[in-house]
Design a protein around this ligand. Structure first.
Ligand code: GDP
Ligand code: IMO
Ligand code: MG
Length: 429
């Protein structure tokens, strides 16, 4: 019997610590595969005094003898990919052997990035807060059936197709009051395309099928978070891909019945970078303390992340949509700074108590209703076993497991690999 594919994904607005946990779990798998998003992602790994941020490459890359797949659902910027590969090579990572890229993944062009910036600039205050990596315009060309794919690089008419799509983009750009120049970017991009010819490209759907039949274990690594999903997130303040578990099927070419564990990662509180509704956002000194203690600054853009208390109705929604089978909680250590911890259990909407996320979460009248829990007020970063947990942390975990009706298998107490406590086995089998 082939193994099932496990999926690990973020349940909030991204940056839940996916990179760290994937790196920790990689020894248990043979293949780590990204299925959506692109260089808007920033996944941070810390081990052996190294801190490294990955954008396109899966977070299993530092483990020798593992295969890392960039699936068809991912959008790739050759310039950024080559920079990432260059940094990894300097660290002695053998990319040639361990990195495979789907021929069906779409390419982000320099003009996609320009279109992203022009669109955001025109929106002014109503901007999405995009990472400006060209994600939206690239997925628009994918669904609009105009896009360029990795497999096209090997085609004889690649240059003409690139030029035609670029022309189309330039026409679109002329409609904006936006100044730009692409010569320098385009030169680097073309160098990136040349370098990509040397990489191992695959048909990810066949590859996955074959490897699963051969008994290999696969972990699919999500990017962004469920509340940024194009369908189920706080539209239009979302990204342009399906970040939820269903995205792993379409983004890798795996059938739904092949899915095993769905691992949902959440921070012990909430953060969001970019615009859009955030019911539990704190604009006071508690928010500032979360940002400072949690070093909440974007791994891709460096922007300060908005911070707030944990939002249980939002988490329940994400658990439902994804079919989460187990939870991993990160950044528990950050809450050590608080004598009392709050959890949003419902919202007040015009005087009525509701316990679900309404269609329009942007309404200023949506006020979180909190329950208070005692804090633990002690350092957790040296803890390695659950039986060393302070009583109040144990209470917080039980409270969440109860409210969310899902087991919390891993608790993370710091950014490093070893700051990870396994409470329950991650694998059902
Ligand atoms: P990702 O996008 O989900 O991979 O998360 P990011 O890397 O963007 O952001 C998570 C940040 O929190 C990174 O700087 C991690 O090194 C850090 N981190 C991960 N887990 C923990 C934890 O348990 N405690 C603390 N203090 N930091 C953590
Ligand atoms: P990881 O994988 C946090 C946010 C942006 C913006 C919105 C749309 O590191 O968790 P886009 O560039 O996709 O058009 O931006 O989504 N965003 C993220 N926020 N973590 C991410 O990735 C994000 N990727 C996109 O800030 O609000
Ligand atoms: Mg991130």
């Amino acid at each position: 019997m082939p193994h099932k594919v496990d999926i690990l994904l973020g349940l909030q607005w991204g940056d839940e610590g996916k990179g760290k946990i994937v790196d920790v779990l990689t020894p248990e798998y043979d293949i780590i595969a990204r299925f959506q998003g692109g260089p808007n992602a920033g996944h941070t790994l810390e081990f052996n005094n190294i801190k490294h941020v990955l954008h396109t490459i899966p977070s299993g890359i530092f483990h020798p003898d593992k295969i890392n797949v960039v699936g068809n659902g991912v959008v790739i910027d050759p310039t950024i990919l080559m920079r990432e590969i260059g940094e990894l090579k300097k660290m002695g990572v053998d990319i040639q052997k361990s990195l495979c890229i789907s021929r069906k993944a779409h390419l982000i062009m320099p003009t996609h990035r320009m279109l992203d910036s022009a669109s955001e600039a025109e929106k002014g205050k109503a901007k999405i807060g995009s990472t400006l990596k060209g994600i939206g315009p690239t997925y628009m060309d994918k669904t609009g059936r105009n896009g360029l794919r990795v497999g096209d690089i090997a085609m004889p008419d690649f240059d003409q197709r690139y030029a035609a799509l670029k022309e189309k983009h330039l026409k679109l750009l002329s409609a904006y009051d936006f100044e730009f120049s692409i010569e320098e970017d385009e030169k680097k991009w073309m160098e990136g395309i040349e370098a990509m010819r040397e990489l191992r490209s695959i048909d990810s759907e066949h590859f996955m099928h074959r490897e699963l039949q051969a008994g290999k274990r696969v972990l699919a690594e999500g990017a962004q978070g469920s509340l940024l999903d194009i369908d189920f997130g706080s539209y239009p303040f979302v990204t342009s891909s399906n970040t939820v578990s269903a995205g792993a099927c379409t983004g890798l070419g795996i059938a739904p019945r092949r899915i095993g564990e769905v691992i949902g990662i959440f921070k012990a509180y909430c953060t969001r970078v970019g615009s859009g509704p955030f019911p539990t956002e704190l604009h006071d000194e508690d928010g500032e303390l979360l940002r400072k203690t949690g070093a909440e600054f974007g791994a891709t853009t460096g922007r300060p992340r908005r911070c707030g208390w944990i939002d249980l109705p939002a988490l329940k929604y994400a658990i439902m949509i994804n079919g989460v089978t187990q939870l991993h909680m990160t950044k528990a250590d950050v809450l050590s700074a608080f004598p009392q911890i709050k959890a949003c259990v419902a919202y007040d909407l015009h005087g009525e108590r509701i316990d679900y996320l309404p269609y329009d979460t942007h309404i200023p009248h949506l006020k979180p209703i909190y329950e208070g829990l005692p804090g633990w007020n002690c350092d957790l970063t040296e803890l390695r076993e659950e039986d060393e947990f302070p009583k109040e942390l144990g209470q917080y975990i039980s409270y969440l497991e109860n409210a969310l009706d899902t087991p919390i298998c891993i608790v993370s107490v710091g950014p490093k690999r070893e700051q990870t406590i396994l409470r329950k086995p991650v694998h059902a089998t």
